[in-house]
Design a protein around this ligand. Structure first.
Ligand SMILES: [Zn+2]
Ligand SMILES: [Zn+2]
Length: 369
C-alpha cells in the first residue's frame, strides 16, 4: 500500500437525536493491544440508526446509543496501523467489521454471535456504545474483523455484517432451494438483500410486497444476472394473500421472509405462507396479532426469529458472494461524502431510497470527491 501518514485530527459525525447529524473534529485514536486503526472507505446507514437514534434516542440495552458516540455500525475500510499483539491482520489489509464487539468468552460470543453477547460490561456495538464508521478513521478490535476479498468493493463489504449477513442467517435458518417460491414483505435494503440472496440460493419465484411507491419502483428496476430480481412486486393491500395464492397455483409461498415490521404485512406473510411452509422474521420492532390455529398450527407452519449473524457465518457468506459474483453495493442508490452526512441521514429517514452510503476516496463518485 502506498505510504500514508496518519493525521492527528479527523472529521466524524454524531447523532444528537433531533433529526440531525452533526460534524465534529476529534483526535485520531491509537490502536492498543489487539486493536487496529482503519482508514474508512464506506459506511452505510441502517434502518435501525433511523429507528433508534436519528429522530430521538429511543433504544435500550443493545440498541441504546450513548450520546456523543461516532455513528455508523456498517463500516468497511483498510488497516493503516495495527497495534501490538495482532495475530492475523496487518497494515494494508482490506477488512469488514462485524459490528458488535463482544466479550469473547460468554457462550454467545463462543458461538460467534457477539450480537447477543451477555456481558453488560464488554458488549459494545460500533456506532452505538463505541465509536463507529462515520469518521475518517475507526478503532476496531482485531477479533471483530473479516478479510474483504479483492473482488468485493468496500461498499460491498460495508453491507455484509448488518444487512446481507442478517438476511443470509435468516435464509439459512428456513433453508431456500429450487423448490421454493419466496415471499418478501418490506422492500427496504434488508428485503432487497433477501430477494438477491434467495435468487442465488436457487428460489424459483420471488414475490415482494411494499407500501412505499418509491421503494416499489426501486425493487421493480433491480436486475440480477440480466433478469429482474423480483417476479412480482405487489403494492401492500388487503388482498395480498389472495393475490399471492393466485400467483402460486393456489398454494402460497414455500418460504417467507418478513422484513417490514408492519403488523398488517406480518399477517399477510404468515397467511400467504403455504401449508408446511417456513417463515423467518427479520423486521425489528412493532407487534403482531396471530390466530395460532388457522394461521400456523393447522397448516403445520414453522415460524422462526433471527437476529443478525455470527462471525463464521459471515465469513461463509463473504466466500459465497465471491462465488456467486453477487455485489451488495447493487442496493446503494445514493453515496455522500462525510461532509454531507446530514443529507445522507435525512434522505435515509424519508425511506424514499435504497441503501444510503457515506463513502471515501475511491468509493466516492468523482463529482462528489
Ligand atoms: Zn444495521
Ligand atoms: Zn460475550
Amino acid at each position: 500500500m502506498p505510504h500514508f501518514t496518519i493525521p492527528e485530527k479527523m472529521l466524524c459525525a454524531v447523532l444528537p437525536g433531533d433529526h440531525s447529524a452533526r460534524l465534529e473534529t476529534r483526535a485520531v485514536p491509537t490502536p492498543g493491544h489487539g486493536e487496529v486503526l482503519l482508514r474508512m472507505k464506506a459506511s452505510t446507514i441502517c434502518g435501525s440508526d433511523i429507528r433508534c437514534i436519528y429522530h430521538e434516542h429511543l433504544g435500550k440495552g443493545p440498541e441504546g446509543y450513548q450520546p456523543g458516540m461516532i455513528a455508523g455500525h456498517e463500516p468497511c475500510g483498510q488497516i493503516v496501523q495495527a497495534g501490538p499483539g495482532c495475530r492475523r491482520f496487518k497494515t494494508g489489509d482490506r477488512v469488514i467489521v462485524y459490528h458488535i464487539s463482544g466479550c469473547g468468552v460468554c457462550n454467545d460470543c463462543r458461538r460467534g454471535y457477539m450480537i447477543s453477547c451477555t456481558s453488560e460490561k464488554y458488549r459494545r456495538a460500533y456506532g452505538w456504545q463505541r465509536d463507529g464508521g462515520m469518521a475518517e478513521f475507526l478503532l476496531a478490535e482485531e477479533k471483530d474483523l473479516l478479510a474483504l476479498p479483492d473482488s468485493l468493493s468496500y461498499a460491498d463489504g460495508a453491507q455484509v455484517a448488518c444487512g446481507f449477513g442478517t438476511v443470509y442467517e435468516g435464509l439459512e435458518k428456513i433453508g431456500i432451494s429450487g423448490n421454493d417460491a419466496v415471499l418478501v414483505t418490506g422492500l427496504g435494503p434488508v428485503g432487497l438483500a433477501a430477494a438477491a440472496l434467495a435468487r442465488k440460493l436457487g428460489a424459483r419465484q420471488i414475490i415482494g410486497i411494499e407500501a412505499l411507491s418509491e421503494r416499489i419502483a426501486i425493487a421493480q428496476d433491480l436486475r440480477l444476472d440480466g433478469k429482474p430480481l423480483f417476479d412480482h412486486v405487489l403494492p401492500a393491500d388487503a388482498e395480498n394473500v389472495a393475490q399471492i395464492r393466485a400467483l402460486t397455483g393456489g398454494n402460497g409461498t414455500e418460504r417467507t421472509v418478513e422484513c417490514s415490521a408492519n403488523a398488517a404485512a406480518r399477517n399477510t406473510a404468515i397467511r400467504a405462507t403455504r401449508k408446511w411452509g417456513k417463515m423467518v422474521m427479520l423486521g425489528e420492532g412493532g407487534t403482531m396479532a396471530l390466530n395460532p390455529s388457522p394461521d400456523m398450527l393447522h397448516d403445520q407452519k414453522t415460524l422462526v426469529g433471527s437476529w443478525v449473524t455470527s462471525t463464521w457465518k459471515m465469513e461463509e457468506l463473504v466466500e459465497r458472494l465471491v462465488h456467486w459474483d453477487l455485489h451488495p453495493a447493487m442496493l446503494i442508490t445514493h453515496r455522500f461524502p462525510l461532509e454531507k452526512a446530514a443529507e445522507a441521514y435525512a434522505l435515509m429517514a424519508t425511506g424514499k431510497c435504497g441503501k444510503v452510503a457515506v463513502c471515501f476516496d475511491e468509493e466516492l463518485p468523482a463529482a462528489n470527491a
